[in-house]
Design a protein around this ligand. Structure first.
Ligand code: ADP
Ligand code: NI
Length: 205
């Protein structure tokens, strides 16, 4: 199988696994991350595009959110890629990306060791920001039965507006690439504007 065919097969595999997923990790998220990763990669030198493509497509497969361990994830990705005779070194790079990409509530201080990892991570972070990021945050909140805004600070499950302060507004300072940073800033500003409007409409100002 050539690289192009491997990428096509991987798209099919991921689509099948994630289609209709309700927590914000659905196929269209993966597709956006894939497209953004390719865009970011254009501005970087010495990128292995094949690794970026497979890394983006497989970054949310067997996510820890669905109860999978790093070991499960490694096995699932390795088995799938080995079945298409992708070489072991490339498989290791993809598994590395999938295992280290997650923000894990802001506690992930691991700096991606590979350029391809930094690119896919930026693409994933961009998708948590801006208009799409806002949409995903409220979709996820609904999925978890959370209220939008806990104005009195009484909810014990947390609210979605808090998520902006705990994660989304921190992302712009955590980007790895130049293009990522530039795009993150735009999306950040949009989220700030959104929150201003949100509070003002909340109070019927
Ligand atoms: P990552 O890919 O960094 O692991 P997550 O799996 O944490 O991202 O989140 C997937 C999507 O759900 C993101 O858009 C994120 O902002 C959103 N999300 C995660 N946790 C929350 C939360 N507590 N409240 C609202 N949205 C959330
Ligand atoms: Ni993701």
């Amino acid at each position: 199988m050539n690289e192009k065919q491997v990428v096509e097969e991987t798209k099919k595999f991921v689509k099948e696994k994630l289609m209709g997923e309700g927590s914000g990790h659905d196929w269209y998220h993966v597709e956006r991350v894939y497209n953004n990763a390719l865009k970011i990669a254009k501005y970087e030198i010495g990128v292995d595009i094949f690794i970026v493509e497979l890394g983006a497509l497989l970054h949310d497969i067997a996510d820890h959110k669905f109860g999978y361990s790093d070991k499960d994830r490694s096995r699932i990705i390795s088995q799938f890629l080995s079945s298409m005779n992708v070489n072991q070194k490339i498989i290791e790079s993809i598994v590395y990306i999938a295992n280290y990409i997650s923000f894990k509530s802001g506690k992930n201080t691991h700096k991606m060791k590979t350029l391809e990892g930094r690119i896919v991570q930026d693409a994933d972070r961009l998708d948590a920001m801006g208009a799409i990021g806002i949409g995903r945050a409220f979709a996820y909140g609904g999925f978890k039965n959370r209220i939008m805004y806990d104005v009195e600070g009484i909810s014990d499950t947390g609210d979605t507006v808090s998520h902006f302060y705990e994660k989304l507004l921190l992302l712009k300072d955590r980007m790895n690439t130049d293009y990522g940073r530039e795009e993150a800033l735009k999306r950040h500003n949009f989220m700030e504007e959104f929150l201003i409007k949100f509070y003002s409409e909340w109070k019927s100002e």
